[in-house]
Design a binder for this molecule. Sequence first.
Ligand code: ATP
Ligand code: MG
Length: 346
Amino acid sequence: MKNVILTGDRPTGRLHIGHYVGSLRERVRLQNSGAYDEIYIMIADAQALTDNAEHPEKVRSNVMEVALDYLACGVDPEKSVIFIQSTVPQLTELTFYYLNLVTLSRLQRNPTVKAEIQMRNFETSIPVGFLTYPISQAADITAFGANTVPAGEDQAPMIEQCKEIVRKFNAVYGETLVEPEIVLPKNKNCLRLPGLDGKAKMSKSLGNCIYLSDEPETVREKVMSMYTDPDHIRVSDPGKVEGNTVFTYLDAFCKEEQFKKYLPEYKNLDELKDHYRRGGLGDVKIKKFLVSVLQEELAPIYARRKEWEAKTDDVREILKRGCAAAERKAAQTLENVRRAMRINYF
Ligand code: ATP
Ligand code: MG
């Protein structure tokens, strides 16, 4: 069996450090591991429209932003196919067939969709397309025969739903589709990076993000205004580390050798945490350390993004080639699906 990756992002905004630790960093690592035969990275514009139907310009303009973020992070168009979802019509057709394999109550039980409905205040006015996006996501994954999906924790219910569709399809129509596995980040602090405001998830829709394209100075300002422990008022007060966003980000980003470089009076993060818990360590100091850690990780990404921003015609060409390659692959799968379903008439 081939080793194939399918993964992607919604073009609802520029990508942020939550995407980076939750999925992008892992994708680039897998891409460069040489263990994969094919890698598809999808800019999910059609999925973005399920809750942005009235804002097509927002989705359109962010397609380029997301492509730039990919290239900036080290996605290599020679090794990975970057494509735009809506340019592959086979995905829509597959979705139409899969809709029949899922019940409404099953969709309504999906915990991520439930949380997203609440976050968007849809109440009873849920767009049908939004409720069914896990089915269209199953079409995206299976169209490419992907066995590996590197994604953040919020995607686990989507992969579960996809597996159920694959099993049902194969049971009814015969062995045709590949069952995928999610690859979550190994560092558990990266599963769901909280927002700057300490809210459960850094999310484009909540505006609590550090973007990969933020200027170094903006990163500094954002970190300095971050949420810490509200009861840690004086430097001498004992502080809480759990739920303290500065420490969560340090857990996700900092490397031991960075202590020697930026904060030599501590050996590692455990020592820093112990001091904070005891009291006597101020928020400004830990924030300044976090600024250095983040700026070090983001500097090469920022520089590469600037280079690609100067040649968007090349980026458009990469996308065009990617869309054509993706369509070829999806067309093969659709042919197999139609044959299995006995709807290949001529
Ligand atoms: P939106 O608010 O429009 O849904 P989003 O910020 O949730 O945007 P998506 O495009 O839905 O981003 O998610 C893309 C990928 O990034 C998914 O694999 C998701 O799990 C991962 N991801 C998104 N936010 C985070 C986060 N805060 N921490 C870890 N992973 C994340
Ligand atoms: Mg999302």
